[in-house]
Design a protein around this ligand. Structure first.
Ligand code: AMP
Length: 484
């Protein structure tokens, strides 16, 4: 409960404070009078007024003119306030304008399009004829690059639309199409699809898009990266020209800007969360380590019980499998997901991770795209990506929607150059953890721009294993000294 004791002789000032209080919609207010406290009272008032104004201008979902069935669903999800992309995009979409949204996953962009789409479809349905209501032609299409994202978007429509009686369906490749075609026959209002399977089903005449009114292109830059852009263009030739289009992309390379220009009509541009600010809310640390010591370091780090769930990133599919195998062998519940695993195996691993039956999920970047695990405690970069934006995407998996998280990065000699780029893009210097048994020796455990780590000289060792044991012993001894 907001509560203020305002000390000021001046009645006008107290009245203003009360007014701000009402405007800001704060629940409790109390003024007390104290002689001689005028100056203090006025400065409190200024602060209070600013606070009140801030609250007033922070919109709640109610102020976005959303219908009750959606507001109830959002409440059940525990959403109290729209994220910046939602605050900006929802009113524009509800005004039936085209939208160009520059936002990455983790900003709440799914709800930014799903909520207004559900509302418009709900209202449209009130004016539909009985026949159309029964037949349910596809009215909204969401095109997204990966199955994981498609499933997640489907889950969002299910959650936000649970009181709307609208039907949605998610389709993607790599699985039998039978269940999908059967669901299509019974009619859906919203179709969430990956481009390949959608084209297949359009060509087989299971999908008809002639009644489409709303089209969302999600993660357009990722479509380009994954080589789907021609499929996307083909899909666009199959949908009505008269439609509302929402276009989302985290970055705007020239090809994507050109595509946006071609398919949007007089769009309103909305841009949120520059890459660097996502990184600010995640607690980050770097471990300098030899390449060959990374697995041992991971096992060491995972001894920390505060790591309740960790998403570990590797560069390759092979690497992901290997790390998951090592962890499992050491009794840590882990699994790997990557493009070569069957859809069922990936979904199973993801579900096990989400419900806590496994503690560690090892993933490659593409497989991890769109993984949305609430309360993910740690992201561990077993290998550092060479593209700084990928680092930011990875660590954004923890610290979702305002929550704080921890991201640890294992950096070997080769990866120091990547770390420098990350420092530049995020405008931060990530602190170095020196208190571990696998620290690189001497000055190699330093970055020019990071605080120097204590030098650590390993004793000569004949075998690789012997070397590791020596390092560990030395570290344990030092730890003893540190704790004395
Ligand atoms: P997205 O960027 O769409 O992948 O969403 C990121 C995460 O934020 C998801 O777990 C959503 O459930 C969550 N989220 C989206 N909007 C809100 C909100 N207004 N309040 C709290 N959480 C949200």
């Amino acid at each position: 409960m907001h509560h203020l004791i305002l000390q000021d002789k001046c009645r006008t000032i107290r009245s203003f404070a009360a007014l701000f209080h009402i405007v800001a919609g704060l629940p409790a207010f109390k003024t007390t009078f104290a002689a001689g406290a005028r100056c203090c009272g006025r400065s409190i008032l200024v602060m209070y007024a600013l606070h009140g104004l801030k609250l007033y201008f922070t919109l709640s979902f109610e102020k976005l003119n959303l219908i009750k069935p959606i507001l109830h669903a959002l409440q059940a999800e525990g959403y109290t306030q729209p994220t910046p992309i939602q605050e900006q995009a929802i009113p524009i979409v509800l005004k039936r304008r085209d939208l160009l949204g520059c936002a990455q996953t983790g900003t709440g962009k799914t709800a930014a399009f799903a909520i207004p789409l559900l509302q418009m479809l709900y209202k449209d349905r009130e004016h539909e004829q009985e026949k159309e209501k029964r037949h349910r032609p596809i009215k909204a299409l969401i095109l997204t690059p990966t199955r994981e994202l498609a499933i997640q978007i489907g889950e969002s429509f299910a959650a936000y639309g649970k009181h709307t009686a609208l039907k949605h369906l998610v389709i993607f490749g790599g699985v039998s199409q039978l269940a999908q075609t059967q669901a299509l026959k019974s009619g859906v209002d919203i179709l969430v699809a990956t481009p390949g399977r959608l084209l297949d089903l359009i060509n087989q005449r299971f999908v008809h898009l002639d009644q489409l009114k709303y089209f969302v292109l999600d993660e357009a830059d990722r479509m380009l990266d994954m080589g789907f852009i021609n499929d996307v263009k083909k899909v666009i030739t199959k949908i009505p020209a008269q439609r509302q289009t929402l276009f989302f992309s985290a970055t705007m390379p020239p090809d994507i800007a050109k595509l946006a220009d071609a398919i949007l009509t007089d769009p309103v541009k909305v841009e949120v969360t520059p890459v660097s600010s996502t990184a600010e809310k995640v607690k980050q640390a770097v471990y300098f380590v030899e390449k060959g010591d990374k697995r041992a370091l991971l096992l060491h780090v995972l001894k920390d019980k505060s790591i309740t769930s960790a998403l570990v990133f590797t560069r390759t599919k092979h690497g992901a499998d290997k790390v998951a195998r090592v962890l499992t062998k050491e009794g840590i519940k882990a699994d790997a997901i990557h493009g070569e695993k069957s859809q069922n195996a990936r979904q199973r691993a993801l579900n096990n991770f989400k419900d806590g039956s496994i503690r560690v999920l090892v993933a490659t970047d593409i497989a991890a795209r769109g993984i949305d695990v609430e309360e993910l405690s740690h992201v561990i970069n077993f290998e550092l990506p060479n593209v700084p934006e990928t680092y930011v995407h990875r660590i954004g998996r923890t610290g979702r929607a305002g929550a704080s998280g921890v991201a640890l990065s294992f950096v070997d000699d080769e990866e120091k150059a990547y770390l420098k780029d990350i420092h530049k893009v995020t405008a931060q210097t990530i602190p170095v953890v020196t208190d571990h048994p696998y620290l690189m020796s001497g000055s190699r455990a330093e970055m020019p721009s990071t605080p120097a780590a204590p030098a650590f000289k390993p004793m000569p060792a004949s075998s690789e294993k012997g070397k590791q044991q020596q390092k560990k012993r030395k570290w344990e001894q030092n730890r003893g000294k540190r704790h004395q």
